[in-house]
Design a protein around this ligand. Structure first.
Ligand code: HEC
Ligand code: HEC
Length: 383
């Protein structure tokens, strides 16, 4: 293969950047929250590098000629996509002058989401940790990524994820497009590099074909991969629930009496609705804000949550209020998956959370009776 000098240099720079980024992510994973300042600095560095890489990838996508394209293939000995990798069905023939077919982008995103070949050793897909059968999360607190590496947080459900204003339990990512690169390169998730992923995806005729239905570019950049994943993720919406029928559909009989009693506790003396906001204009049971309910200080491995993004002492131990739609379908609960059932969650709030300096004043002992606790659980099961 002929190497185009400037392009090869550019590729090497990218590879170096990626290795450094993977290293940074690994360090992040190893660090305890005590090394916060360092962790923040590393995370900033990683994000900046990510941004540089992405714009470099975008630039080269538009400037590339046919020879340059072949020069971009991974050098001999580099990790090649495994032979015989599953290829999506091909066959379109849609002309470049036609309108972009965005359904093809969503379909591409769906296939990528379920494709384990996006990971370094072909063993982990997005769906490994975001299982469609489990409200797009998993039934264990933490699921291992490539080589059995464990992170420290529970995967959030992706139901209605397109409606969120910030992503991750601490809100550190602003968009689905930006977010998607984290798990692809993250050491505790897919541990891959942007180059390998782009090379693999471009080697699949079916993926290229879907891409050609909505883009004039001839090869996919890593940003295109992330955009397709994001387009698919926006199609994940929670099912219509008994509560929707009751509240939005004005059908009183849609909720059983226990669930109705639970709703009045939830929206009354339980104080739940102060954070899990629901109204005619907000069906997500979340105020999209960050609160300390004490879960982050329950064990020795403290997780300071939002503090890692803002370095504001007041944000220690705060996490984003999660949506409660479809919540019964996704035990265990909380950012660390430490509460096994809805009954445990309600019990936790009834005891007033876990005391700590930043505990939200709204979280305090509720003195609910056994029957009331069980009514709140019935209500949560109706969402
Ligand atoms: C090994 C498990 C694992 C894999 C693989 C994985 N994720 Fe995740 N995902 C997580 C965890 C854990 C979090 C929460 C991390 C945090 O908050 O710090 C998360 C968070 C997210 C979020 C934020 C959701 C929200 O409500 O804030 C999105 C979106 C997401 N992942 C999409 C993806 C996509 C797309 C892929 C594949 C490219 C993927 N994930 C692969 C474990 C995984
Ligand atoms: C001060 C704000 C606040 C109040 C009040 C509150 N919550 Fe929460 N809720 C949160 C936050 C923040 C989380 C995530 C905490 C974490 O993961 O560390 C959460 C998590 C949950 C979860 C887990 C969801 C999941 O997907 O893991 C459930 C269920 C829940 N709350 C129900 C309730 C109920 C029922 C009440 C009332 C008894 C209540 N909440 C009161 C803010 C609040």
């Amino acid at each position: 293969m002929q190497w185009n000098r400037p392009l090869a240099a550019c590729l090497l720079t990218l590879m170096y950047g990626c290795a450094a980024y993977a290293g940074a992510t690994e360090r992040l994973a190893r660090e305890s929250p005590a090394g916060t300042t360092e962790r923040l600095a590393t995370e900033r560095l990683a994000t900046e590098r990510l941004a540089t890489e992405r714009s470099a990838t975008e630039r080269s996508a538009t400037e590339r000629s046919a020879t340059e394209r072949s020069a971009r293939e991974p050098p001999a000995g580099a990790r090649e996509p495994p032979a015989g990798a599953r290829e999506p069905p091909a066959g379109s023939g849609v002309s470049q002058t036609q309108k972009p077919d965005w359904a093809a982008q969503r379909q591409l995103g769906r296939m990528l989401f379920f494709d384990p070949r996006l990971s370094a050793d072909g063993s982990v897909s997005c769906a490994t940790c975001h299982d469609a059968q489990h409200s797009y999360t998993v039934g264990v607190p933490v699921r291992a990524g490539v080589n059995g590496r464990l992170g420290s947080r529970h995967p959030p459900s992706l139901d209605d994820v397109g409606a969120r204003t910030a992503l991750f339990w601490d809100g550190r990512s602003p968009s689905l497009e930006e977010q998607a690169l984290y798990p692809i390169v993250g050491a505790t998730e897919m541990a891959n590099s942007v180059q390998s992923v782009a090379a693999y995806v471009n080697a699949q005729a079916g993926y290229r074909d879907l891409f050609s239905r909505y883009s004039r570019a001839t090869t996919l950049s890593s940003a295109d991969v992330c955009a397709a994943l994001a387009a698919f993720e926006r199609t994940i919406v929670s099912p219509r629930s008994a509560f929707d029928e009751y509240y939005f559909g004005h059908n009183t009989l849609a909720l059983a009496p226990a669930a109705r009693r639970g709703w009045s506790i939830f929206s009354g003396k339980g104080n739940c609705i102060k954070c899990h906001v629901v109204s005619r204009s907000n069906r997500y049971f979340s105020d999209s804000a960050y609160h300390n309910t004490g879960v982050g200080v329950r064990n020795d491995q403290r997780d300071l949550g939002r503090f890692y993004s803002t370095i504001s002492v007041a944000d220690r131990g705060k996490f984003r209020t999660p949506s409660l739609r479809n919540v019964a379908a996704r035990a265990p609960y909380m950012h660390d998956g430490s509460l096994e059932s809805l009954a445990e969650v309600v019990d936790y709030y009834n005891q007033g959370g876990t005391p700590n300096e930043e505990l939200d004043p709204v979280v305090k002992p509720l003195h609910l009776t056994e029957n009331e606790l069980s009514d709140v659980v019935s209500f949560l099961q109706s969402l």
